[in-house]
Design a protein around this ligand. Sequence first.
Ligand code: FPP
Length: 255
Amino acid sequence: MSEIKHVAIIMDGNGRWAKQRFRPRIWGHVRGSAVVSSIVQSASDRGLKALTLYAFSTENWSRPVDEVSTLFKLLRKFLLKEKERILSNNIKFKVIGEIGNLPKETIKLINEVEESTKDATGLFLTFAFSYGSRAEIIKAVNTFIESNPNKEITEADIKKYFYRPEAGDVDLMIRTGGEQRISNFLLWQIAYAELYFTPTKWPEFTSNEFCKILDQVSMRERRFGNVSSQNDLMDSCEQADANKANFLKESITDV
Ligand code: FPP
């Protein structure tokens, strides 16, 4: 049994869901934003540490203008409607991504909600908006090099410069809508994540399915590159150190 602390979701299938109902794609996004509210509530109720939702990728800028502007409007509407609930649930909110090109009033609202929830101690709720993981990694490396020109970068260094380091690694990534790919989302943070792909399109995704996925995935054994029997014997880092030391000793004796 493993504890799922950080869940990331690729909320896919809005457009196809709407099309199947002979409606415009943006109708799917409108219905999808109501689902966002209920999944955030479930994540908070379940005591998750972090929930990261992919709401708009850097690649989504190439979608039709009315679809892009609808997504901006939905983000704003969501924050206006939910900011009180976010506060009362002790949720710490943040948007990750390059949001400089969003409408000014939306940026202002994002800043306000981030500021008013900065001392919250509950769920880290993150919206990835105008987000791309490769860009996040490149930015982190460049920022590190600027302030440490002569130092070799380490894993710990790079993590510090991500948009939201405190959310930590992802334990479970869910993608709705039936496709099975990662789409440039949290590439570094999912290195050891469990992956779950559901055919359910986002507007039909429910808290019930969300909780079932969490229950099911927490039964999976996560080995992080180790083998299962070793998990009981020794902490994986201690085991790796012991193995390295033995290997070194043997190689020296061989010479
Ligand atoms: C992918 O579905 C989904 C998106 C690009 C946007 C996700 C946005 C929401 C769930 C609503 C926005 C809500 C807030 C609160 C910001 P798609 O349109 O690519 O679906 P398709 O694969 O069926 O075309």
